[in-house]
Design a protein. Structure first.
Length: 699
């Protein structure tokens, strides 16, 4: 008798919307494995999809679920039996445990070797112990439950409801076919009674007929002959191969946008790449307008020839039709209408003088005024930063003043994704390339892998906009929490930090932020400003990707300047590579512990020379005290600035420090002598704070 069988599950639906489905697709294999595991099954599965189906195929599924092995630990023997005596029978605690594990006490008065009730040692005590094994059940009895639980775990965002269905799904489910071996398992769910049948491509001869499924191989053969390429990887390869053939034949280059390719794969069961054309007059439009219209509205691939945009496109049809002329003609007519609209909008926009004052009619965020108010704040920030970084003040402020005027254009009203890009084309004849390019790059970087602005001037424009987003939204309490970040403030913070690091722009998280609050007129209290400071530090830690303890130590050091924090963190990270890191950390942690109760209010702002000047040298009674003092004097005389060099100098004090701690009692009864010795140790702590806080360094 076979111990394993083949399994086929097909969830047949109306056409699945590509984008929400693709977001969840990456999670589906793991969710299916978890559904099997929950019911004590394990099997290697292949999962595929087309626009109308999710198919799960497992070639080697056990016919029974795995047995369940359970262990139960009971009370100690001393309280499991009356007076702890096994001969007196079980106590109430013992009886309660036996009842819990389903055993009868009257047949277990004496422990036998083959009895399920045994004893074992736990936490140093002898306790009652039971091992039980529950046999598996027939797999076909639980397959329906597995499929139901699996479907409930899928999250596509919005769901649809149809008929009397209460649960809902991304699209109406038309059938759930389950075939285990040669047995069809019917389940009634989603207002459907599942049958062992499927539907083929709509264009196939049997496209509207249910076709019986007899086996896994039969299913695969029927789909292949019925115009359905089940394997999404095969559909992708087919599309690419067809496009390459078109490229070679027509001497063109197709822009293979990966995200668009994923989407096209998701909306076709039998893809057919076709070449269409549009009127050359539309090439007078900005290329971004043409490509956006093709990609976003029609899912067409753009084409280039000899390095220039070509008046053609690739449409991937989901059709078995041999005569494709009518498909191409239909798509050409649709694109012509789209581009004619875009041409009309563009010409109208060029005739209209777009001015920033008109942005007053567009709201930004409730409590933060209009887009014009936002622009005014951005200009103030840009003005401040231009002076800080010695950049062209007028170019930066003009760029910011006009950065958002394309929101007033008809083109951006039709294609919101062209914000900034259209601003470039409208600003170019009026202000020239420098300001136009700053407007074009104002949103960069807009993602983890996004490019940065091309020059420091453009970077400051982009940073000014992001800083206003952060300061303004934090001021009204719109602070990201958990996974919620509706205003993409994490992305804005990452953008600011990436710009600062890439262009080596100094930015102090204390003084600069306070200055920006003043110049921008933000009504933000100290608690929210501290939250913003910590928010930026969290993002910096993520960007630098260094050890969390190292970064925490550095972030609580004396410097709040972004570039200095980076250099300090990288320098301190070198500690982890040292063979003697444990000894170094140990001795310097002792420095932190000894000085933790010293009043550092005034001392915290003093330089090493100032602290050393307060040490009474006549109280340095031991050679070890004098050696440490002399070593600190030598260190101070070098005026070390490079964090790596400073750390090496501090680490070189290890031997002197160890001898000090071995021979000198710090916490003596004499308060003056005690303070003098603590001050000597604090001088090391204060110098180390230029890099980071020793108290946080618990490697």
């Amino acid at each position: 008798m076979p111990t394993h069988k083949e399994l086929l599950i097909e969830i047949l639906t109306e056409e699945l919307p590509a984008l929400p489905f693709l977001k969840e697709w990456r999670n589906i294999p793991a969710k299916w494995e978890q559904a099997l595991k929950t019911h004590n099954l394990s099997a290697t599965s292949q999962i595929h999809f087309t626009p109308r189906r999710i198919a799960i195929i497992a070639r080697d599924v056990p016919i029974k679920t795995a047995p369940i092995h359970q262990e139960f630990f009971g009370p100690p023997i001393a309280i499991a039996y009356v007076d702890g005596d096994k001969n007196k029978g079980f106590s109430k605690a013992g009886e309660s445990f036996l009842k819990k594990v389903g055993l009868e006490s009257d047949v277990l008065k004496n422990l036998a070797q083959n009895s399920p009730l045994q004893t074992t040692i736990k936490d140093g005590k002898e306790v009652l112990f039971v091992q039980k094994t529950i046999d598996g059940i027939a797999t076909q009895e639980v397959l329906g439950k597995i499929v139901r639980s699996f479907l409930k775990t899928l999250n596509f965002g919005k769901t649809m409801h149809w008929g009397t269905v209460k649960e809902g799904f991304i699209r109406p489910i038309r059938n759930i076919a389950i075939l285990f071996g040669d047995t069809t398992i019917s389940i009634t769910d989603f207002d459907q009674e599942g049958k062992g049948a499927t539907l083929l491509h709509r264009d196939s001869p049997k496209g509207n007929q249910w076709v019986e499924i007899k086996s896994v191989q039969n299913y695969l053969d029927m789909l292949a002959s019925g115009g359905v390429l089940l394997d999404e990887a095969q559909r992708r390869a087919t599309i690419i191969e067809q496009i390459r053939t078109i490229e070679t034949h027509h001497q063109i280059q197709v822009e293979l946008d990966e995200a668009l390719l994923d989407e096209v794969v998701a909306i076709t069961e039998y893809p057919s790449a076709l070449l269409g054309h549009f009127d050359k007059r539309f090439l007078a439009l900005p290329s971004e307008v043409i490509l956006t219209s093709m990609k976003e509205n029609q899912r067409y691939f753009g084409i280039y020839k000899n390095g220039k945009l070509y008046n053609g496109f690739i449409v991937v049809a989901n059709s078995l039709c041999k005569d494709t002329a009518f498909i191409i003609n239909g798509n050409q007519k649709v694109l012509k209408a789209r581009l004619s609209d875009a041409e009309f909008f563009y010409q109208n926009d060029l005739k209209t003088k777009l001015e920033p004052e008109s942005l007053a009619q567009i709201a930004f965020v409730e409590g933060l005024g209009s887009m014009f108010d936002k622009t005014q704040r951005e200009v103030q920030i840009g003005s401040y930063l231009a002076k800080c970084y010695n950049q062209a003040h007028d170019i930066i402020t003009t760029s910011l003043r006009y950065a958002k005027v394309d929101l007033l254009s008809e083109m951006v009203g039709e294609f919101p994704e062209l914000q900034g890009i259209m601003g470039y084309y409208y600003a170019l004849p009026r202000f020239g390339e420098q300001i136009a390019s700053a407007i074009k790059e104002q949103y960069l970087p807009n993602g983890e892998d996004s490019p940065l602005p091309n020059n420091a001037l453009n970077a400051i424009v982009a940073m000014s906009i992001k800083l206003d987003n952060l300061l303004a939204l934090f001021s009204i309490g719109k602070i990201p929490s958990g996974s919620k970040d509706p205003f993409a403030l994490r992305r804005a913070a990452n953008g600011v930090l990436r710009i600062l690091l890439a262009y080596n722009l100094a930015f102090d998280l204390d003084s600069t932020l306070k200055d920006l609050v003043s110049v921008g007129g933000y009504q933000i209290d100290s608690a929210k400003l501290t939250s913003l400071r910590n928010f930026l530090l969290d993002r910096l830690e993520s960007i630098l990707g260094l050890d969390s303890l190292i970064f925490r130590s550095v972030s609580k050091g004396a410097s709040a300047e972004i570039l200095q924090i980076k250099h300090n963190a990288q320098a301190l990270a070198g500690l982890l590579l040292r063979d003697d890191k444990d000894q170094i950390v140990s001795v310097f942690k002792r420095v932190a512990n000894i000085t933790k109760d010293i009043d550092s209010g005034v001392l915290a702002t003093q330089k090493l020379a100032e602290i050393l000047a307060q040490i009474a040298t006549d109280l340095l009674h031991t050679p070890q005290e004098r050696d440490l003092y002399d070593a600190l004097r030598t260190l101070e005389s070098k005026h070390l600035q490079d964090p790596k060099v400073l750390l090496e100098a501090l680490f070189s004090l290890r031997e002197v420090l160890e001898k000090f701690f071995e021979n000198v009692m710090v916490n003596v009864d004499d308060p003056i002598l005690c303070y003098n010795r603590k001050l000597l140790i604090y001088a090391i702590y204060a110098e180390f704070r230029k890099i980071g806080d020793l108290k946080e360094l618990a490697i």
